[in-house]
Design a binder for this molecule. Structure first.
Ligand SMILES: NC(=O)c1ccc[n+]([C@@H]2O[C@H](COP(=O)([O-])OP(=O)(O)OC[C@H]3O[C@@H](n4cnc5c(N)ncnc54)[C@H](O)[C@@H]3O)[C@@H](O)[C@H]2O)c1
Ligand SMILES: O=C(O)[C@@H](O)[C@@H](O)[C@H](O)[C@@H](O)CO
Length: 284
């Protein structure tokens, strides 16, 4: 694998970041049959975009979430990369059609959206544009599965794809509840971390409700649809996330983790995710 970044030192910084996390990943059994040393040897730094993509089979761009930047980058990639290389974007919500429409090689382009932190969260959303070739989707899916990720196919492009649309529903209600004074930041977070997340850490929402009624999902919907539709009617507005509620949320978060400790807390998160990933691997 080759890394390239136009910012001086950024690729080397990424290489150093990867090197620093490899021992923890190895300790959790997450490097497969490779060692930190052999893993790092497989990651080199290219001096130019052209060098980075030379003889590549698959290219993943991680440029800033700005449409014009991605459009220019994909145009360069389409010109420089081997014709049969898959060109994938990490974009969180930009439509692949908007990024690639004008490209000669647009059939080999796709969105392969990872989830933060991508090396510890397996999901990758594969989002084709209307002109993405089925073979491109299949090749991206095969590569992601081969490296231990969980590729999911978005059947056709939609703003925000799947994960961030689902995350929007949860975050919008979280802000509404705190904005309305119904709950503290901690209480809302606990509802997820100690309520919904344990079930959702190995089951999705449909499997969860299918197992939550004697007769399965149809029984569940018959029993509870009225309640959920009544609640949905109270959610037809959004709180202003940048309003006073943001001060409340930030105060709640800073009371738990001072800003100076955010990096340490991210390391805490990553080690929790490594343990969770090791547990999941042990279950397979
Ligand atoms: N950070 C995550 O975990 C995460 C998760 C999912 C999706 N994404 C998506 O990945 C992309 C990058 O996000 P980020 O948070 O890492 O951004 P970032 O701003 O931290 O890093 C972007 C990098 O792109 C480089 N860059 C700038 N112009 C470039 C160009 N023309 N070609 C190549 N590289 C260029 C910058 O130097 C910088 O190092 C965004 O589209 C984002 O939505 C990020
Ligand atoms: O929570 C997430 O990881 C998602 O919202 C991502 O898709 C999103 O790209 C952020 O990580 C932005 O970095």
């Amino acid at each position: 694998m080759r890394l390239w970044d136009p910012a001086a030192g950024a690729a080397a910084e990424a290489h150093d970041y990867i090197a620093a996390m490899l021992p923890d990943l190895a300790q959790h059994g997450l490097l497969g049959d490779m060692s930190p040393e052999s893993t790092l040897e497989a990651i080199t730094i290219a001096d130019s975009l052209e060098e980075a993509v030379a003889d590549a089979d698959y290219i993943q761009e991680n440029a800033p979430e700005q449409l014009d930047v991605k459009q220019r980058l994909f145009s360069d990639l389409d010109r420089l990369a081997p014709q049969d290389a898959v060109l994938a974007s990490s974009t969180s919500a930009l439509l692949p059609s908007a990024i690639t429409e004008g490209l000669t090689g647009r059939a080999r382009c796709i969105v392969a959206h990872p989830v933060n932190p991508p090396h510890l969260i397996p999901l990758v959303e594969l989002v084709p544009s209307p002109w993405t070739a089925p073979e491109t989707v299949a090749r991206a899916e095969s590569l992601m599965a081969e490296i231990g990720q969980t590729p999911v196919r978005v059947e056709r492009e939609i703003d925000g794809f799947l994960l961030n649309r689902l995350q929007t529903a949860v975050l919008d209600e979280a802000f509404r509840l705190v904005d309305g004074g119904y709950a503290s930041v901690e209480a809302v977070d606990a509802c997820m971390s100690d309520g919904l997340a344990p079930r959702w850490s190995f089951m999705g929402p449909f499997e969860t409700i299918d197992l939550n009624a004697p007769g399965g999902v149809r029984d569940y919907v018959t029993r509870y649809q009225g309640m959920f539709m009544r609640l949905a009617d109270t959610m037809r507005y959004s709180a202003d996330w940048t309003g006073a509620v943001l001060d409340t949320v930030e105060a709640g978060r800073r009371a738990r983790v001072p800003e100076k400790d955010l990096r340490a807390r991210q390391m805490w998160r990553d080690r929790k995710l490594m343990a969770h990933a090791a547990f999941r691997h042990g279950q397979n």
